[in-house]
Design a protein around this ligand. Structure first.
Ligand SMILES: C[S@@+](CC[C@H](N)C(=O)[O-])C[C@H]1O[C@@H](n2cnc3c(N)ncnc32)[C@H](O)[C@@H]1O
Length: 249
């Protein structure tokens, strides 16, 4: 029997908006971070071979996923950071973006009868917050909503979970990866969805890239100084990718 640890991510010291201002997220666009996006893109590219497909990117940040998507993908990115969306519109003028909180954007999409062949939650689970209060939103509810109300009949829910790991036994890659896998699998099972693809990739050299940044993210702690009571601290980066569809399909 698998016993799940129920734990909550650490409190952030800065809001998402402040972090964009601080250049916190520029590492998303670095080549070392490509394995965060490429497995999912490659799956979708094959699944919708030579056909156009629509994709909704929830919490799109600086739109780095766009770097890897084929032209034939009809992309729509949503983020509540106005700074992030301003940046996206400048860098990817041929793609569509909107600056809105998910609590506003998602019901609007449903009211407009919009559905998508892929709904992407990349770096969003365990990070979804209210912009004003920084209150954490319910990941289970978000997954259920996407599966029930936003996917087309042939659509995929894409869950990408980047995470930090370190050399300490409780921070090792296996322990972290297993905890996240169990946690995502449990949410998908509750939402009556099945995983059709899973991949774990190591982001080689991203630790160096992050350390070169002006500000080191508050979750990123070099091993020698790591607070090992904090399950989220770590030195290196990896990414889980899961693609899921409703179980009855
Ligand atoms: C860790 S970043 C990931 C960015 C991007 N998906 C990527 O991986 O390249 C999380 C993003 O989710 C956005 N976000 C968090 N909660 C949100 C909400 N309730 N509504 C809209 N965007 C949200 C943040 O502004 C931030 O850009």
């Amino acid at each position: 029997m698998i016993v799940l640890m129920v734990e909550h991510p650490p409190e952030r010291n800065t809001s998402e908006e402040e972090r964009f201002q601080d250049d916190y997220y520029s590492y998303f666009e670095s080549p070392e971070n490509a394995p965060r996006y490429k497995p999912a893109v490659s799956f979708l590219d094959d699944a919708f071979e030579q056909q156009s497909f629509s994709l909704l990117d929830l919490g799109c940040g600086n739109g780095a996923l766009c770097k890897y998507l084929p032209e034939r993908c009809d992309y729509f990115g949503v983020d509540h950071s106005e700074l992030a969306i301003e940046y996206c519109l400048k860098v990817y003028p041929n793609r569509n973006f909107v600056a809105k909180d998910l609590s506003v954007a998602l019901p609007q999409l449903v009211a407009e009868n919009k559905r998508f062949d892929a709904v992407v939650l990349c770096g969003l689970l365990f990070h979804t917050t209210d912009k004003e209060t920084l209150e954490k939103k319910d990941d289970q509810e978000l997954i259920q909503f996407c599966l029930d109300k936003l996917l087309t009949e042939k659509g995929y829910l894409v869950i990408i979970v980047p995470f930090a790991y370190g050399d300490h036994p409780s921070h090792n890659l296996y322990a972290r990866a297993e905890w996240l896998q169990n946690s995502v699998e449990e949410m998908l099972e509750t939402a009556k969805a099945k995983i059709v693809y899973g991949n774990i990739s190591l982001l080689i050299g991203l630790d160096k890239k992050i350390r070169q940044q002006k500000t080191t993210p508050d979750w990123f702690v070099p091993d020698s100084n790591a607070d090992y009571s904090n399950k989220y601290a770590g030195t290196y980066m990896a990414t889980w990718t899961f693609l899921a569809i409703p179980s009855e399909r």
